[in-house]
Structures are given as structure tokens and as C-alpha cells.
Write a protein that binds this ligand. Structure first.
Ligand SMILES: Cc1ncc(COP(=O)(O)O)c(C=O)c1O
Length: 436
């Protein structure tokens, strides 16, 4: 037990606990990350390098006000925005999204309007995909480490998440191939439904899939689909694509899938504009459009229409790109502050290393092998005492595959300003000095 910072003990999901909850509801409780965030909010004096929130100071109040006035400027159009929308989403926004996807990936083929869906954040689409594709016992291959919220979505539908090695260049194609081969040998290939990968500035590792690896990964998915005699999907999460601070943009995995039958692209305005508006999107293979819509029909038959009109106005009025340019400048400075502070306060710790991302919101730290950075380890307690909170990296590992590395930490430079980042990193360095 660390300062009471411990996840509630999980109940046996099958045990009868008086309150007649579903198995899924019982399985969903007690996630350590949820508890971590709860405690962070309860102790506002802590410097949180944990939360994946965006920079508060640069949230686009003025641009949103302008777009809002446009949406409501004329009564008929304003009323349309205040009415329910359609399941696939506001047609004008979908057109604008398609145009942006084409501009970002000039090689994009087989991308048409009927394949574009708008959701309440990309997280909703990830959940819809889990519901649409997966039965209990089905397998999804994910990078180890990966976005832990999606691991929760997989667990909630009873799917197995199986890790594939990833390094500073992202998912390792050889490891993916080996994993497929091993599953084929154990006659489990038929259970593999999808691969999930964040292709730009991953959460938590900050790594982007390297240029040469991209076509190889798409090719592997296509080849193993042939072997399995049905489609294995590659879910490409591009939530951080716009947040690049260095280097050239890379072609999406989706743009390398000529027919668009294997790669499902998910995107989001949460990081690049506002998570409060919470609009995400997807570019789906044709045969998934109706099944995903059928799921969505049962949930909300369309995401909040007003927010979609608002985002369409943001894009049409040219308010989006200048904001992203401003954000890039802001986060570039914050990333530099974190990397400088890491050098200063962790640089002398033997065995400590970190990756230098070119974008996104996270820095992934690997500590000496004997350091347990988990909620129950000494470092976490010492860091809390010193006033800093981080996400233990071990929670970002899938249930199966490469062993969860307890000596890893996810740091976010999204929320704190440069001074907060410097103070947080100093506190972390002091805590680390005590355990090393
Ligand atoms: C990798 C990744 N994908 C998807 C999301 C979901 O974002 P949203 O649902 O706000 O679009 C996040 C949020 O942190 C993320 O880190």
C-alpha cells in the first residue's frame, strides 16, 4: 500500500456480490490508472507528469468563439446543428475530413465519403471496433507497450491482447511476423482479428513507426490475412499525427494499403484542437461501415451533432491550421524543457535512459533494471513525497507477450508549463537518487 494509493481489490467477477452487476461492469472496475488520476485530482499540489491532458494555456477559446458564432449566425443552419444528426456524422465535416486525409497522404487510394465516420473522440471508435470485431477469446496484437485505455476496451469484450516487440522505431515487423508464425503453429491464427498500432508519437513510448517499417507491416498484415483465409485488420491510431515538432511527416499505414481493405484509420481533434469538443473520426474498410454503424446505432445513433458543426466551422474558417502551428511551437518548448531536465536530473543515474520523441505528448523513461517504478514500489512513494506524479510504465503492457517492464515510466509534458516540468523532473531525480 502506497499512501493509500492502491487500486481497490478486484472482486471475483463471477462471485455474487449482492448488486446485480454484469460481468463487464465488474471487470471494468479497479483499474489502477483510474485510481491514479483520482488521487492526482485529490492532491492538486502534486506536479502531475502523469495526465495525458493537453496544454491548458493554449486551448483555443477565441477560435472556438468565432466558430460558435458562425454556427449560430443564421437561424436555419443553427437549428440544424442543434438537431440530432446522422449515425455516420455531419456530411460537411466528413467531406472536410476526407479532404484533409487526402492532403496529408497524397498517395491515399480507395478513400471515399461513405467510408468516413465521425465519433465522439477516437476512443469511441476504438470501442466500436472492439464491439464490432471481437468475441471473447479473440486476439488483438498490440505493441508492447501500448495505449492502456485500448487494453481496457479489449479486456472488457473478453478479447486477448498479445504484445509485439516495439523499440524507438515503433513496432518491430520481425517480431510481428514471428508472433503470427507462432500463432499459426499453435492453431490460433483464426483467433487473430486485428493489430493495433499508434503510428505517430505513440502513447506511451513517443515512438513513431519508422518509414521503412511501414510498408513491411502493411504487407505482413496482408500476407497473414491470406494465410488465415480472411481479413486481419490493422487499426492505425493517428491521434497525435498533427503534433509533430521535428522532422518530416510520414505516410500513414492506411495510405500504403492500396485497396483500403485492411487498414482502419482512426483520428482525433482532441490533441490538436480541444478534447472538450471531443470529435474523432475513422476511415473504414467498406465492409465494416455498416457493422460499425449498426453498433453505433445501438449506442447513440450519431455523435453530438453540434460539436461536429462546430469543428466543421473551425476547419472551413481556416482556424485549425494556425492553431496547430501555435501548438507545435508551444509543445516543442515543453518537450525541450523535459529533455533538458531529464539530462540534468537523471543523466547521471547509471542505467537510466529515455527516448527523444519528435512529437506527441510523452517521454518514455527506462530506469535501471532493479528499480520498481510501479504503484507499490519505493520510487512511486518517494516521488509522491517529493511532490511529483507519473504513470508507471508497467500498466501499458498487454496481458500476454513481452513481460511488463516494471522499471519504466511514462512522463507527459502536456499539462505543466516549463517551470512545472523542471520542478517535477527535479523531484523525480531526487526520488530516483534514493533508490539507485
Ligand atoms: C493513442 C491514443 N488514441 C486515442 C486517444 C483518444 O482520444 P479521443 O477519444 O479524445 O479522441 C488517446 C487519448 O489520450 C490516445 O492517447
Amino acid at each position: 500500500m502506497v499512501n493509500g494509493l492502491v487500486a481497490p481489490k478486484r472482486k471475483d467477477p463471477l462471485a455474487d456480490a449482492g448488486t446485480p452487476l454484469s460481468r463487464r461492469a465488474r471487470e471494468a472496475g479497479g483499474q489502477p490508472i483510474g485510481e491514479l488520476m483520482h488521487r492526482a485530482l485529490a492532491r492538486p499540489e502534486l506536479i502531475s507528469l502523469a495526465a495525458g491532458f493537453v496544454d491548458q494555456a493554449s486551448l483555443p477559446v477565441e477560435a472556438t468563439r468565432v466558430a460558435l458564432e458562425q454556427v449560430l449566425a443564421e437561424a436555419t443552419a443553427g437549428k440544424a446543428a442543434l438537431q440530432y444528426g446522422t449515425t455516420l456524422g455531419f456530411p460537411r465535416l466528413r467531406e472536410l475530413l476526407l479532404a484533409r486525409m487526402r492532403a496529408a497522404d497524397p498517395g491515399l487510394s480507395a478513400a471515399s465519403l461513405e467510408r468516413v465516420i465521425v465519433t465522439a473522440g477516437s476512443n469511441q471508435l476504438l470501442h466500436l471496433l472492439a464491439d464490432t470485431l471481437l468475441d471473447p477469446g479473440d486476439i488483438v496484437l498490440v505493441a508492447a507497450p501500448t495505449y492502456f485505455v485500448f487494453l481496457g476496451a479489449l479486456a472488457s469484450v473478453g478479447a486477448r491482447s498479445l504484445g509485439v516487440a516495439a523499440d524507438a522505431q515503433g513496432l518491430v515487423p520481425e517480431s510481428l511476423d514471428e508472433r503470427f508464425a507462432a500463432l499459426a503453429r499453435s492453431s490460433e491464427l483464426s483467433r487473430v482479428k486485428a493489430i493495433y498500432a499508434t503510428s505517430y508519437f505513440d502513447n506511451p513510448s513517443g515512438a513513431s513507426i519508422e518509414r521503412q517499417r511501414r510498408p513491411r507491416i502493411v504487407d505482413l498484415v496482408q500476407r497473414w490475412s491470406q494465410q488465415a483465409k480472411r481479413t486481419i485488420y490493422l487499426i492505425e491510431d493517428t491521434a497525435y499525427r498533427e503534433l509533430r515538432y521535428e522532422g518530416q511527416d510520414l505516410p500513414s499505414l492506411r495510405s500504403l494499403d492500396a485497396t483500403g481493405e485492411h487498414v482502419i484509420l482512426t483520428g482525433s481533434f482532441s490533441k490538436s484542437f480541444s478534447p472538450g469538443i471531443r470529435v474523432g473520426w475513422g476511415l473504414l474498410p467498406p465492409e465494416l461501415v455498416q457493422p460499425v454503424c449498426d453498433q453505433k446505432q445501438n449506442i447513440d445513433f450519431g455523435s453530438p451533432n453540434f460539436n461536429q458543426h462546430l469543428m466543421a466551422a473551425v476547419l472551413e474558417s481556416g482556424l485549425f491550421d494556425p492553431h496547430v502551428a501555435e501548438l507545435r511551437g508551444r509543445y516543442r518548448q515543453k518537450l525541450k524543457a523535459m529533455l533538458d531536465a531529464a539530462e540534468r536530473h537523471l543523466g547521471k543515474v547509471p542505467g537510466a535512459s529515455w527516448q527523444r520523441p519528435q512529437g506527441g505528448l510523452y517521454v518514455w523513461l527506462t530506469l535501471p533494471p532493479h528499480v520498481d517504478a510501479g504503484l507499490h514500489g519505493r520510487l512511486f512513494q518517494l516521488a509522491l513525497d517529493a511532490g511529483v506524479l507519473y504513470v508507471p510504465g508497467e500498466y501499458c503492457y498487454p496481458a500476454e507477450g513481452p513481460k511488463a517492464a516494471k522499471n519504466t515510466v511514462r512522463l507527459s509534458f502536456g499539462v505543466q508549463d516549463e517551470a512545472g516540468i523542471a520542478r517535477g523532473m527535479k523531484a523525480l531525480g531526487e526520488a530516483l537518487a534514493e533508490v539507485c
